[in-house]
Design a protein around this ligand. Structure first.
Ligand code: IPD
Length: 271
């Protein structure tokens, strides 16, 4: 096993994927609907995922993949101990469709179910977030750190609306806006789960939570936040389970715990 080689090969592929996203964002797109009218996919999502998988397979034929666009809707995700690349080819597809420049490729390598390598790349704003287990987190090669904020009343908090319009789920989203808006400095949402997590890693936001995300939205962000000194938990305060479709990350354990006792919980069907 050669983690340096895996990192270098994936780094080149992530940069190539970024070139496609940057080149296409301002052009007309072929847009297809997935689970509902606000869950979209474009031909670029599919091409980026193929480019990444083909590039890895050519070098490491025994590696496995969990890719957003190759996992059929409703299919159960199989995470094994084999080296597995978890890919969201375009996270923030809705932003990409509208040419809002908060969109990225998100890639994580898990070996024996432990995340070793993570990349989140926004090629439009030229922000490349990288991490390796035990080696810190970086943006464009420079080390990044969470804010360290411990108090909810001084926090900038992120919550997405998500890509489901299920009334039960929407009720929880609105309840949480109501619970937190008056208790924090401000609420934000970039439209990309992966980039929201990067903002916590960067110290630009203090915490982020979302229900209904998938493993490909958060696997890379989880490592980047932890390597930047933050915490990633289940929103009820327990250990994060990447397949649970629930995430809470924060700049400190104190802040994460304060959020987890107040938050209105939602338990989607697992990945
Ligand atoms: C979505 C985005 C969005 C989040 C959704 C994700 P996609 O990913 O990250 O911000 O709210 O939960 O599914 O579909 O753009 O790859």
């Amino acid at each position: 096993m050669n983690l340096d080689e895996y990192y270098d090969v994936a780094f080149d592929l992530v940069k190539q994927a970024g070139d496609i996203i940057r080149d296409r964002i301002n052009r007309p797109k072929d847009i297809m609907i997935k689970s509902c009218e606000v869950d979209l996919v474009t031909e670029s999502d599919q091409q980026v995922e193929k480019l990444f998988m083909d590039g890895i397979t050519a070098k490491f034929p025994d590696h496995r993949f969990i890719g957003e666009e190759t996992t059929s809707s409703g299919e159960k995700v199989q995470l094994t101990n084999s080296p597995t690349w978890v890919i969201d080819p375009i996270d923030g597809t809705m932003n990409f469709v509208h040419a809002l420049p908060h969109t990225c490729i998100s890639v994580a390598l898990l070996i024996e179910k432990i995340t070793e390598i993570a990349f989140i790349y926004n090629p439009v704003l030229e922000q490349l977030f990288t991490a390796r287990r035990g080696q810190g987190a970086f943006m464009n090669g420079k080390p990044i750190k969470v804010s360290g904020e411990k108090e909810l009343k001084k926090a900038l908090l992120m919550q997405e609306m998500g890509t489901s319009r299920d009334p039960e789920k929407m009720k929880i989203v609105f309840e949480n806006f109501q619970i937190f808006t008056s208790k924090v400095h401000g609420m934000r949402a970039l439209g990309s789960a992966a980039l929201n997590m990067c903002m916590v890693a960067l110290g630009g936001a203090d915490a982020n939570f979302e229900f209904g995300i998938h493993i490909w939205d958060i696997a890379a962000g989880d490592l980047i936040v932890r390597e930047a000194g933050g915490v990633c938990l289940d929103p009820a305060g327990g250990k994060l389970d990447l397949l649970s479709r629930r995430v809470l990350c924060a700049s400190s354990i104190e802040l994460a715990k304060e959020i987890s006792v107040l938050i209105s919980q939602y338990y989607p069907e697992r990945d």
